[in-house]
Design a protein around this ligand. Structure first.
Ligand code: MG
Length: 446
């Protein structure tokens, strides 16, 4: 049966793959799987949200579920609200960092985590068989509206030293990218005593300010504004504000791996665990192992990081794209927590963001790819493992530890490609390692 869910919920271009009919049937299937009870529903700022939300709502109501509509909220606010409201499940209508023409639906389990693969398969099964459990007319579900934004902000603030941060009176330039963060994050920073300079903080589904994905290329306005306002920090969020990217007071863009390492350095104590995908930079393991902590690696993909963190009771984890997970708060990527924790670290250490970033070792990463028929992938990986006498990690593809760095050869999850990532102390060496393995893979394919 064709799969409905990708690595991160269902995504597609609106009125092509992502239609109101799909949202309706998904609502019916989700409600049939989880059964009677309430479902918390939220959206980002996209202009197709009303269409998809109303369709999904109809689906859930028709199988007897109730909807608690929390409006436009960041994904982490929605995910926090599901267990907080003791709901059966939740759904977030968002395409996260994708361009404006996309939308998507993420199903959230009762504990606030993204539904695991097993649940998605059961929902897909109901969907493909049209096995919906429609209820009698007198058992149709009801809709109520609720605002949980205050509760979410209170919860985030309770995780950091609020009074110490407030004393510092930080100036923060916040770029919400016209996304769902606009509804919550400027106020969170204000409550933490910051002078907030807002950029693209008016919710707008056409995303006039910049594309919803925060990258070095899309953040030129933010970089200028941080320097122009003599700010202590710049932050940019993606469309649903589960990812946060940081800019130092000198206008320097912080790579996601550096942010991960910086936070791990201050959050992971001796004997504690930090989880990250196998593709992450060595700067993270350098600081974690130096502090007596332990690294645990997963396959690439955020829901997998969260699951692994639960399994090994990790204290911190995340991905290089700015998706950071703080389990004392909740097991999901959380842009609000990321901002608050960064301010907490600055307040406690008395150091600037550029000073903190300067304490983290630097590495260079080089990425390449080779087209590969899906049927050949297994053989290539097996031959690589057989031909190698270096230390290896086989969590996702083959990661080989070399004297001058490492190389990861893994099949793409979405395209007929083999990806090669190489990391070393300097860009030249990284490129040399990558070229060597790209050539090796091409040779094996002949
Ligand atoms: Mg996102």
């Amino acid at each position: 049966m064709p799969r409905l869910f990708g690595t991160n919920g269902i995504r597609g271009i609106v009125n092509q793959e992502m239609t109101s009919e799909l949202a309706l049937k998904l609502g019916m299937a989700t409600g049939t799987f989880f059964g009677r009870g309430s479902y918390v529903l939220g959206t980002d700022t996209r202009i197709s949200n009303q269409m998809l939300k109303n369709a999904f709502t109809s689906g859930v109501l028709s199988v007897g579920g109730d909807i608690i509509d929390v409006g436009i909220v960041p994904s982490p606010t929605l995910q926090y609200s599901v267990p907080y409201l003791c709901a059966q499940a939740g759904a977030m209508i968002t395409a996260s960092h994708n361009p404006p023409e996309f939308n998507g639906i993420k199903i959230i389990d009762s504990d606030g985590t993204e539904a695991e693969r097993g649940i998605e398969e059961k929902i897909e099964n109901i969907f493909h068989k049209d096995a919906y459990r429609l209820v009698f007319w007198d058992a149709i579900g009801q809709v109520q509206y609720m605002d949980t934004r205050d509760r979410y902000r209170d919860a985030v603030r309770s995780q950091v030293n609020e009074s110490l941060i407030q004393e510092k009176k930080f100036t923060v330039v916040l770029d919400c990218g016209n996304g769902a963060g606009s509804m919550v994050m400027p106020y969170l920073l204000r409550e933490l005593g910051c002078r907030v300079v807002s950029l693209n903080c008016q919710p707008d589904g056409l995303f006039p300010g910049r594309l919803p994905e925060p990258t070095r290329d899309t953040l030129s306005d933010l970089l200028c504004m941080v320097q122009g306002n003599t700010a202590d920090m710049g932050v940019a969020l993606d469309g649903d504000a589960d990812r946060a990217v940081f800019v130092t007071e000198t206008g320097g863009y912080l790579d996601g791996d550096k942010t991960l390492a910086l936070m791990a350095h201050h959050l992971v104590s001796p004997g504690e665990k930090c989880v990250t995908p196998v593709s992450s930079s060595s700067c993270i393991s350098d600081v974690v192992t130096k502090n007596g902590g332990e690294m645990v690696y997963t396959r690439v993909g955020a829901p997998l990081v969260a699951r692994k963190m639960i399994e090994v009771s990790a204290v911190f984890g995340g991905e290089e794209n700015g998706g950071l997970i703080f389990p004392r708060h909740q097991y999901c990527r959380d842009g609000g927590m990321a901002m608050a924790v960064m301010l907490d670290i600055m307040a406690h250490t008395g150091k600037t963001l550029s000073q903190l970033a300067g304490e983290i070792p630097s590495y260079a990463l080089f990425k390449g790819k080779v087209p590969c028929p899906p049927g050949e992938m297994e053989r290539i990986l097996e031959e690589l493992v057989e031909g190698e006498n270096q230390d290896m990690d086989l969590v996702d593809g083959v990661k080989i530890f070399l004297p001058e760095g490492w190389v990861l050869v893994r099949p793409s999850g979405t395209e007929p490609l083999i990806r090669v990532y190489a990391e070393a102390r300097d860009p030249k060496t990284a490129e040399k390692i990558a070229s060597m393995y790209l050539a090796l893979v091409r040779e094996m394919l002949k």
